[in-house]
Ligand binder design. Structure first.
Ligand SMILES: [Zn+2]
Ligand SMILES: [Zn+2]
Length: 249
């Protein structure tokens, strides 16, 4: 027996279909049959396709010939995942279970995309194993993050942007706070994906790394409720406040 990940019905193995790394029953498959539109087919000959959700506009990468669905949108047959509800509770989200799940998934996708922003590239799509159903499972399988080279127009796989991670930042996505370390591209990416910069401190890469580790020990995850006191100055007292450089224009 297999279980449909969307409605949790248990069915014989031959009655479920592999979709987006998971198994779906026929009625759940039907609901999303028109959801995704193909944007790029095998860019540069790579064994990947990029699809965009017609419901919410978020894109994802997918293997050739695989069925897929949106990383964010649930549907009328979806049932709540207790682990995601626990996260929603910890983040003090006050929507319906579905609104909360979709918010967590959308924010998870944005945080992933932000890691790939770099000058000269437009980030197009990523793939997070487990979404939209299982939230923060951080499974490692993925069809990669893809972007367009602004100069040549070529669609290519992107690497995580590196460079000196000399900023410790706190940004707000809707009703949650996210802290982290990164370079100017990373913080700029969060802002362009809709985050509000709360505080951005500059220091040496080493000081920022140990400050981030202390925050992570204190709060356990990098995404916390907006009422959580996240004190960047307590862990990075000599940090230089550069928040003004990241205001939205
Ligand atoms: Zn189902
Ligand atoms: Zn969607």
């Amino acid at each position: 027996m297999k279980q449909c990940i969307n409605c949790m019905t248990r069915l014989p193995r031959k009655e479920v279909t592999e979709v987006a790394w998971c198994a779906l029953c026929a009625p759940c498959l039907q609901i999303v049959s028109d959801q995704m539109k193909l944007l790029y087919d095998r860019p540069g000959g790579a064994p990947v396709q990029i699809h965009q959700c017609g419901w919410c506009g978020v894109s994802r990468s997918c293997g050739i010939g695989s069925r897929t669905r949106c990383l964010v949108c649930l549907d009328d047959r979806s049932v709540p995942d207790p682990a995601v509800q626990k996260i929603a509770h910890r983040l003090e989200l006050d929507g319906t279970w579905r609104e909360n799940s979709e918010f967590i998934a959308a924010t998870t996708v944005k945080i992933r995309l932000a890691k790939y922003f770099q000058p000269g590239r437009t980030v197009l799509a990523t793939d997070v194993h487990g979404l939209p159903w299982t939230g923060f499972r951080w499974l490692t399988k993925s069809h990669g993050t893809w972007g367009r080279n602004d100069e040549t127009g070529e669609v290519q796989p992107l690497k995580r942007s590196r460079g000196e991670e000399n900023l410790l930042y706190l940004v707000r996505y809707g009703k949650v706070l996210k802290f982290g370390r990164g370079n100017a591209d990373r913080v700029g990416a969060h802002v362009s994906l809709g985050a509000v910069p709360v505080l951005v401190l500059s220091a040496s890469g080493q000081e920022v790394a140990s400050a981030r580790d202390r925050l992570k020990r204190l709060h356990r995850t990098e995404m916390v409720s907006q009422r959580t006191p996240v004190d960047l100055f307590a862990v990075l007292p000599d940090g230089l406040d550069v928040t003004d450089q990241y205001q939205r224009h």
